[in-house]
Design a binder for this molecule. Structure first.
Ligand code: FES
Length: 150
């Protein structure tokens, strides 16, 4: 039986190595992350080693290697947020959720990402959850905010 990844690969008639990035982009768009299964299938399809595929994919921040959580947390570490304690928020959250940026909690409740600037520096430090901006965050405030997202 064909799955989503097989269907994506079938759309590529060319098995040229130049198809690698468009394939990864298509998988990212459709499946939301580059799974081990996707890497294996692309590897067989294009006759490129999995390590080469990972090498290429990890170079680009657009590719994720974990399934997305139900809620996406973005911690801003731009200059304004950094000086207002963004780093501290991130390190606290890493311990609380037991994940690092780019990862997803085991229960798929949250995924975590660090970003450079969310464009609202005047209300730093800023955290966004599912693209909702939360301003002037503290560790306590962040915990309260996150509890609202199941
Ligand atoms: S630096 Fe965080 S919003 Fe600009």
């Amino acid at each position: 039986m064909k799955n989503a990844i097989d269907s994506i690969l079938n759309n590529f008639t060319s098995k040229e190595k130049g198809s690698l990035i468009p394939m990864l982009q298509a998988v990212q768009k459709e499946v939301k992350y580059i799974s081990g299964e996707a890497v294996d299938k692309i590897s067989k399809y294009l006759k490129i080693s999995p390590s080469h595929i990972y090498g290429v994919a990890t170079f680009y921040s657009q590719f994720k290697f974990n399934p997305p959580g139900r809620n996406s947390i973005k911690i801003c570490l731009g200059t304004a947020c950094h000086v207002q304690g963004g780093d501290f928020l991130l390190s606290t959250l890493k311990v609380q959720l037991n994940i690092s940026p780019g990862e997803t909690t085991e229960d798929l409740r949250y995924d975590l990402e660090r970003v450079a600037c969310l464009g609202c520096c005047a209300i730093a430090p800023v955290v966004s959850v599912n693209d909702e901006i939360h301003s002037k965050m503290s560790v306590i405030k962040l915990k309260e905010v996150l509890n609202k997202y199941e």
